[in-house]
Design a protein around this ligand. Structure first.
Ligand code: ATP
Ligand code: MG
Length: 256
């Protein structure tokens, strides 16, 4: 059985894609077989893993979502043997409108993932910055949710909406969905506000917060432009070490 993890936060630029790519890569290095689904029309997980968004134009995640091809037909290999990706590009933008009339549009992703059951240890879904159609599909398909929170003043703003969406999805479409954990990202040791935000989040959300904190690290922001996860770009960097630690925390099973 594979575990399906959705990485979501409707706030933009909080580290969803960085976490999706680097958690996937760290789990792959730990000998787990991983499929990363790029569920965002920005295609950042796709290009960040060195896959040309134009090459993905022929058949990509969008074509699997509309039922034109099976999902396994669009899966691409990456530089890491255990890590594969379902690539996306701007094709996904139209999907929500195309599906407006469809009755069971929220369970589409869950349905197309079914034939892959047993092939991967983890399927990780990188969501777009919205609580719309794609994120709801991901929440319906997932066993567990990771919410990256940037260590800044407005970190928790909007978290209530996300948790409310989770509640609705749980009540109506996916009773198995668990809040796997809140992940603090882009932590800057020298910034007193970051320390205060961290304390605040831990106080409010307690054991729902991963022990691992992802530091602000320039290697993490550079590696996508080389089409590599940070573990292959600079394995000794603090960013690479932090995502390895997160993978270990998840594999110990304490959170998810
Ligand atoms: P979007 O909502 O647009 O999909 P996102 O939540 O996926 O954004 P990312 O793309 O992962 O966020 O990160 C936003 C920017 O911050 C990127 O340029 C990324 O390289 C950078 N970044 C993310 N995490 C870190 C970090 N820990 N240290 C330094 N830079 C980071
Ligand atoms: Mg992203």
């Amino acid at each position: 059985m594979n575990k399906i993890i959705c990485i979501a936060n409707q706030k933009g630029g909080v580290g969803k894609t960085t976490t999706a790519i680097n958690l996937s890569a760290s789990l792959a290095v730990a000998n787990k077989k991983i499929l990363l689904i790029d569920a965002d029309s920005q295609g950042n997980s796709t290009s960040g893993l060195g896959i040309d968004r134009d090459i993905a134009e022929k058949a990509n995640f969008y074509h699997a979502m509309i039922g034109q091809v099976p999902l396994d037909a669009v899966i691409a290999k990456t530089a890491l043997r255990n890590l594969e990706v379902a690539p996306s590009n701007q094709d996904l933008i139209g999907l929500e409108v195309e599906f407006v009339q469809l009755e069971d549009r929220e369970i589409r992703l869950r349905e197309i993932l079914k034939p892959l059951n047993g092939i991967y240890d983890f399927i990780i879904i990188d969501c777009p910055p919205s609580l719309g159609f794609m994120t709801v599909n991901a929440l319906v398909a997932a066993d567990s949710l990771i919410v990256p929170l940037q260590c800044e003043y407005y970190a928790m703003e909007g978290l209530g909406y996300l948790l409310n969406t989770v509640k609705l999805v749980k009540a109506n479409l996916n009773p198995n969905l668990a809040l796997g954990g809140i992940l603090l990202t882009m932590f800057d040791q020298r910034n007193t506000l970051a320390h205060r935000v961290t304390e605040d989040v831990r106080q409010h959300l307690g054991d729902k917060v991963f022990k691992t904190v992802i530091p602000r690290n320039v290697r993490l922001s550079e590696s996508p432009s080389h089409g590599l996860p940070v573990i292959m770009y600079d394995s000794k960097s603090r960013g690479a070490q932090a995502y390895m630690e997160l993978a270990r925390e998840i594999l110990r099973g304490e959170m998810l």
